[in-house]
Ligand binder design. Sequence first.
Ligand SMILES: Cc1ncc(COP(=O)(O)O)c(C=O)c1O
Length: 380
Amino acid sequence: MMNAGHIDLSKYRKEFPFTKEIVFLNHASFGPLPEKSWRATEEYYKYLRLKNMADADKEAFQILDNTRKLIADFIKANPEEVAFVTNTSYGLNVAAGGLDLKRGDKILLSDVEFPANVYPWTNLKQKGIETKFIPSRNRCFDIDDFVKAIDKRTKVLSISFVQYFNGFKNDLETIGKICEENDVFLVVDGIQGIGSVDLDVKKCKIDFLSCGGQKWLLSSLGTGFFYLSSEAKRKLNPCFFGWMGVDWGLNWTDLLKFDLKPFTSARKFEIGTFPYSLLWSMHASLQLLSQIGIKNIEKHNWELLNLLIDYLNDSPYQVESSLEPLHRSSILSFSGKNIKRLYEKLIKNKILVSFREGSIRVSPHFYNTKGEMERFVQML
Ligand SMILES: Cc1ncc(COP(=O)(O)O)c(C=O)c1O
């Protein structure tokens, strides 16, 4: 009973003790911290901040390197193309602030983007850079409309990997090809997909991707990363620059060196001391996800959502998400009469989902069981 798809759930359920009391189907809002990741944070504090107080720079930087590597594996990039940030927005601002954009240049966005991927771009208005919203169709990004919107002034498309409220997975492979052909810099907000949906940033020709760790990566608030492709590196300058952007070779005894060269890797954009305790736990969470495998997670989540779709197809509710395999993710939304009341009833009964843009949004992760899904469907 504890097996679903390829995942032996009995190995992992203990990492999420709250599952004894609540059914958590809300990873598109925030992900829980696995027990082992919490222990990693505790260990960091005990070892380095409460008791031992050892100066463990080598160990710390090794964990950072390993974490960059785990992230790179998830998105099929090189670790040198990965840098840490504190949230998705910070990374998107690195792109918006670092591109060499001029008065009259144009940024394209979908009109159903999460605001984190809007404000960094509209903020460029003060420099005379225009943001144009491509109207969505059925609340989904339409590639033909995107192609029509491209003109000589278009320099950037910034788009979500997976749309936050209906889980629409954008066809980044096709979008990336179009961007390359038209010399448009492709920025992706990855937070609603990375950790539960497979992505190959190279195949999709993504120039830049930003992703907070707090949702599908089951990491602490205040963690995240961005990817900058080595081909696109020359197009981006650091809008902030700090002492962690240059290579000290782990030697902190002689710091009055003001002429060190920036890293050639994405670390050039990392500016100061890292939130070690958070990255310690992120490292543990990524290890867990990588042990299970993103493709297995994706398959598992689809199977769970299929149970819901089967029910919804024969119910008074309407599925608001695309069911085309190319556009499916780990998020499914549905609407219907008195939907807000239903949402409130679910929350009261400790079945946690979210309510977004008029629909109930359901977002299971790898440790959710068929039994939990059936309980949810029964409540409907
Ligand atoms: C698509 C998308 N982007 C970004 C965010 C959050 O951005 P940040 O990590 O900067 O808080 C969310 C949700 O909170 C989201 O759904």
